[in-house]
Design a protein around this ligand. Structure first.
Ligand SMILES: C[S@@+](CC[C@H](N)C(=O)[O-])C[C@H]1O[C@@H](n2cnc3c(N)ncnc32)[C@H](O)[C@@H]1O
Length: 250
């Protein structure tokens, strides 16, 4: 872990940042051919930073402005919520404890952390956990606990009950994009019972392609559905679940 922290420190030092900024929008194959101008920084990490910064400029301006931020591979970055939609979600909650079961690049977690006393981020991918750990330090956040483990197993092993559980299941399955909950990871349809046992309230993000009637059939306790659109494009459906409620008819 120490050497990884060192790797991210080297990658975000001023002269490396300057090189990265200079090469935004330049040809990636050319850069790979030339190799890294820094002995202690891998060209693969530099390329990730270049692609990450290009994407972050619009989608994650707060991240883009912080020179210490490390970006994950493009695929992980494509799966994250945008800053504006994450901020909207965070406005819907205010509580002591929240578990984010699919931490990813931590954009949703970052905004939730501002609204809770303690936030627990769980994520299967170890590299994402290392990157998010570095980035939370760069932002000076201290109520953000990171666990590199399967969130379903975590719920099965632990007795804690969270005020809120949030989930944004992975919608990539062997290189194709999926939108049904049963095809996403984790498959929450199979694990609704344990989520209900371990949370007072539950927030679920789905693809805009996920059928609302199907959601009413598959989920219980649907209290609110938010259709989140940015500049007239629907980006996500947000399901607020109150376990004490019966689904109302559509
Ligand atoms: C759509 S991304 C989440 C993006 C995140 N909301 C953000 O704002 O950056 C889904 C993430 O869930 C993770 N994941 C999938 N199944 C998991 C599981 N059982 N436990 C923990 N993480 C899981 C994937 O590795 C992926 O990084």
């Amino acid at each position: 872990m120490k050497s990884e922290e060192n790797r991210f420190e080297k990658l975000t030092r001023p002269e490396v940042n300057k090189f990265i900024e200079k090469n935004i929008n330049k040809s990636i194959p050319d850069l790979i051919l030339k190799g890294s101008p820094f002995k202690d920084v891998d060209i693969k990490d530099i390329i990730n930073q270049i692609i990450g910064k290009e994407k972050a400029k619009k989608k994650l301006p707060h991240w883009y402005k912080n020179e210490k931020i490390v970006y994950p591979p493009k695929l992980n970055l494509e799966q994250t919520s945008s800053e504006i939609t994450a901020l909207h979600k965070s406005k819907l909650i205010s509580c002591k404890t929240l578990l984010d079961m699919t931490g990813g690049f931590g954009i949703d977690s970052y905004y939730f952390a501002k609204k809770v006393i303690s936030l627990l981020y769980t994520e299967l991918n170890a590299e994402l956990c290392r990157i998010v750990k570095h980035n939370t330090k760069a932002f000076g956040i201290d109520n953000f606990d990171i666990k590199n483990e399967d969130s379903i197993e975590f719920l099965q092993k632990n007795s804690q009950i969270f005020n809120w559980i949030y989930i944004d299941p992975s919608r990539r399955n062997e290189k194709t994009k999926v939108f049904k909950l049963k095809d996403s990871l984790p498959n929450i349809i199979e694990h609704l019972k344990i989520i209900e046992e371990k949370s007072e309230r539950f927030m679920l993000k789905t693809s805009p392609m996920y059928d609302i009637q199907m959601g009413y059939r598959e989920l219980k306790g649907v209290k609110e559905i938010h259709i989140i659109s940015v500049k007239n494009e629907v980006k996500e459906l947000l399901w607020i679940i109150d376990w004490r409620k019966q689904n109302s008819r559509l």
